[in-house]
Ligand binder design. Structure first.
Ligand code: GTP
Ligand code: MG
Length: 314
C-alpha cells in the first residue's frame, strides 16, 4: 500500500490501518515520514493527555478507568502505553493488554503498547507520531502512559496538552526523588491507591511542596485528586479536573503545542544530523577508533566532535 492510500484509511479510522501505520513508525520506516506528512494537515483536533508516575503506581489501571469514564462523555479514545523495556518493569505489555481488555469490543477505543527502542530519542519520536496517527483517525482524546523515570518519558508527557502525575502512598522518599524529574511538570496530581495506608500523608507532602510556590491570580495551581484505580473511585473527579484545566488553559493551548513542535523539530534535527554523520561522514569502524583514541588520551571529545562537524557541513 502506498503511504497516501494508508493515510486515507487512517483518516477513515480503520483500525487495521492504524495498526499498520503504528508498526511502520515503530520500525522507523521511511514510509512513516511520508505517512505523517500526508496526515499532518488533518491533525491537531484531539486533546493529548500525558500520564506519568513511578513503576507500578497504577497508571494503566487508571488509564483504563479514565477511558471508561470519558467514553460516558462520548469521547473517543486512543491510548498509547509506553512500555519501557527497562529493568524497572518487566513484561508490562502483557499486563497492560489484560488490564485494558475491557475496551476490546469498543470500536471507539484504540489501545496500543509500545516498546522502548534503545535509540536516542527514538521513543519520544515514535510516541509523538503515533499520537498524530490516533489524532488523524479522529480520536477526540489521546492518552499517553509513560513511566516517569527517564528524560525521554518525561519529555513525552511534558509536551502533552495536560500532564498528570500519579503518585502512591508511602512514597514520601519517592516524592523527594522524583521532585526534580516529574513533579514540576504536573498539571494535576493523582494520589492513587488511596485505599492504602498513608494516602493523606502523601497528599500533605505534595501540598507542602506546592505551598512553596506562589500561584498568582489566574495561574493554575495543580489540584491533588485521590483515586482508587482498581475500583474507579475518584476517577469522575479526575475527569472533572481535566475539564477544568482544559477550560482554564484553552487560550494557552496554542503556545503549549508550539512548544511541542519546537521540541519535536529540535529532536528530529538532532536525529537527522546524527544519522547523517553515522551514514555519510564516518567511515566504517571510525567511530570505535575515535572512542579508543579518546580513552587513550590521544585526543579529546571536543576535538573529535569539532572535526566530525566540519566534515559533516563541508
Ligand atoms: N490497592 C490498590 N491497588 C491498585 C490500585 N490501582 C492499581 N493497583 C494495582 O497496582 C498494580 C500495578 O498497576 P498498573 O496499573 O499495572 O500500574 P502501572 O503504573 O501501569 O505499572 P507499570 O506500567 O508497570 O509501571 C496492579 O496489581 C493493580 O491492580 C489502587 O487504587 N489500589
Ligand atoms: Mg502500565
Amino acid at each position: 500500500m502506498t503511504p497516501l492510500a494508508l493515510a486515507e484509511r487512517v483518516l477513515a479510522g480503520d483500525p487495521r490501518a492504524l495498526a499498520r501505520a503504528i508498526s511502520l513508525i515503530e520500525d522507523e520506516s521511511p514510509v512513516a515520514a511520508d505517512l505523517i506528512r500526508a496526515i499532518y494537515p488533518h491533525t491537531g483536533k484531539s486533546y493529548l493527555i500525558g500520564v506519568t508516575g513511578p513503576p507500578g503506581a497504577g497508571k494503566s489501571t487508571l488509564v483504563d478507568k479514565l477511558t471508561a469514564e470519558t467514553r460516558k462523555h462520548n469521547e473517543t479514545v486512543g491510548v498509547i502505553a509506553v512500555d519501557p523495556t527497562s529493568p524497572f518493569t518487566g513484561g508490562a505489555i502483557l499486563g497492560d493488554r489484560l488490564r485494558m481488555q475491557t475496551h476490546s469490543s469498543d470500536p471507539d477505543v484504540f489501545i496500543r503498547s509500545m516498546a522502548t527502542r534503545g535509540q536516542l530519542g527514538g521513543l519520544a519520536r515514535a510516541t509523538t507520531d503515533v499520537a498524530l496517527v490516533l489524532d488523524a483517525a479522529g480520536k477526540s482524546l489521546v492518552i499517553i502512559e509513560t513511566v516517569g523515570v527517564g528524560q525521554d518519558e518525561v519529555d513525552i508527557v511534558r509536551t502533552a496538552d495536560i500532564s498528570i502525575v500519579i503518585l502512591v502512598p508511602g512514597a514520601g522518599d519517592e516524592v523527594q526523588a522524583l521532585k526534580a524529574g516529574i513533579m514540576e511538570i504536573a498539571d494535576i496530581f493523582v494520589v492513587n491507591k488511596a485505599d492504602r495506608e498513608g494516602a493523606d500523608r502523601t497528599v500533605a507532602s505534595i501540598e507542602a511542596m506546592l505551598s512553596l510556590e506562589t500561584y498568582g491570580k489566574g495561574k493554575w495551581r495543580p489540584p491533588i485528586v485521590k483515586t482508587e484505580a482498581t475500583t474507579g473511585k475518584g476517577v469522575a473527579e479526575l475527569v472533572e479536573q481535566i475539564e477544568k484545566f482544559r477550560t482554564h488553559t484553552a487560550a494557552a493551548l496554542g503556545e503549549r503545542r508550539r512548544a511541542r513542535a519546537e521540541f519535536r523539530v529540535r529532536e528530529l534535527m538532532a536525529h537527522r544530523f546524527v544519522q547523517h554523520v553515522e551514514r555519510r561522514v564516518l567511515e566504517s569502524g571510525e567511530f570505535e577508533r575515535l572512542l579508543d583514541a579518546i580513552a587513550a588520551r590521544e585526543t579529546d571529545p571536543y576535538s573529535v566532535v569539532e572535526d566530525i562537524f566540519k566534515r559533516a557541513i563541508r
